[in-house]
Design a protein around this ligand. Structure first.
Ligand code: SF4
Length: 341
């Protein structure tokens, strides 16, 4: 797939491969006596982020961390100021946090974990992860052992889906510099594999609770109707709701196919569930559809609100706001959506 325009692309074997990888990971993690599979996922995330970003985290000035964290908070509270805040954050992120990847083999101590959390907070991309890492009490050495195993084994199952990533990033080296998604856009292959495995682990962890919920909502990204500039979806508490204006639109097709489910379009992960109420936390389960690098964040965003998630991946990226020159229709594996619903 070299020459492909996407940083990742799935195929029909993907879901079998990721399941097999997940079985092996859970089997390997068993020897470390994590209290459950979610704690083993937290450990792996900490280890992988330490390996990828530890060098920068160790160097991060505390004033820059605080400034970026405050700006990210401000952006969430006042979305109307997004253009101005994003411009400022893009400059600071590029200058202080965006560094060429350098393997980090420093010991992961409690103090270093705090520095890593500061780094992740400063990027603004991992907000729904932070409580998981702040409350992590298992041995930090195990995080690194899991990470070593993961980096040796993930390519065996998942490399074929990210084999164009290096080429994609090389062709777009200066893209998104000075923009607020600079760290997200230039993510390392291991982060793609981590999100793929993380989504499969979360699907298993939350399945039982999801099945018990009486309301099931399908949450679609904006790119599912990206070619339709005249979308007539109506704003609602949990997202935009399709009014069936165009039978060719993917959202139209999904909403018609699952008439018993609520279907919402949520154009940006940061605004998802902003309007969630107590009744949603008690009754709702969601099937989130998203591109790879948002999977773990989306899953924890939902489960942190006591809304059990399931997810289906976009087969490839589709939007021009992050990835492409032009918006194209987002696609999913419909059999997988059937299985979840
Ligand atoms: S069919 Fe629905 S989602 Fe698609 S463009 Fe029309 S209103 Fe928007």
């Amino acid at each position: 797939m070299v020459g492909d325009i996407f940083p990742y692309r799935l195929d029909n074997d993907y879901y079998n491969n990721v399941k097999q990888f997940c079985d092996e990971f859970i089997e390997f993690a068993r020897q470390f006596n994590f209290k459950d599979d979610e704690e083993s996922l937290e450990a792996l995330c900490i280890g992988v982020y330490w390996y990828l970003y530890g060098t920068t985290a160790l160097d991060l000035n505390s004033n820059i961390h605080q400034t970026l964290a405050n700006l990210a908070e401000y952006r969430r509270a006042f979305p109307e100021d997004k253009p101005f805040i994003d411009e400022l954050r893009g400059k600071l992120l590029t200058k202080f946090l965006f560094k060429p990847f350098k393997e980090n083999h420093e010991k992961l101590t409690k103090e270093n974990l705090e520095l890593l959390i500061n780094f992740l907070e400063a990027t603004g991309d991992y907000m729904d992860h932070l409580s998981h890492y702040r409350n992590f009490t298992h041995s930090l050495d195990d995080c690194l052992t899991l990470t070593e195993w993961f980096s040796k084994n993930s390519s065996k199952f998942l490399e074929q889906y990210t084999c164009n990533l290096e080429n994609y990033l090389e062709n777009n080296t200066s893209n998104h510099l000075m923009e607020e998604d600079v760290i997200f856009y230039h993510g390392h292959e291991l982060e793609y594999h981590l999100n793929m495995l993380g989504a499969e682990i979360m699907n298993r962890i939350f399945r039982k609770d999801f099945d018990k919920r009486k309301r099931k909502a399908i949450i679609l990204p904006g790119c599912m109707n990206a070619n339709n500039k005249k979308c007539k979806a109506k704003e609602d508490r949990l997202g935009d709701v399709c009014t069936f204006c165009n039978p060719k639109c993917n959202v139209y097709k999904i909403a018609k196919r699952y008439p018993d489910n609520e279907v919402y379009i949520v154009s940006h992960e940061s605004t998802a569930f902003k309007g969630a109420k107590k009744e949603d936390m008690d009754e709702l389960g969601i099937i989130g559809i998203t591109c790879v690098l948002n999977l773990i964040s989306g899953g924890w965003k939902s489960s942190n609100l006591s809304i059990p998630p399931q997810c289906v991946l976009l087969e490839h990226v589709a939007c021009k706001s992050h990835w492409l020159d032009e918006d194209i229709y987002g696609e999913i594996n419909e059999d997988q959506l059937d299985l979840k619903v």
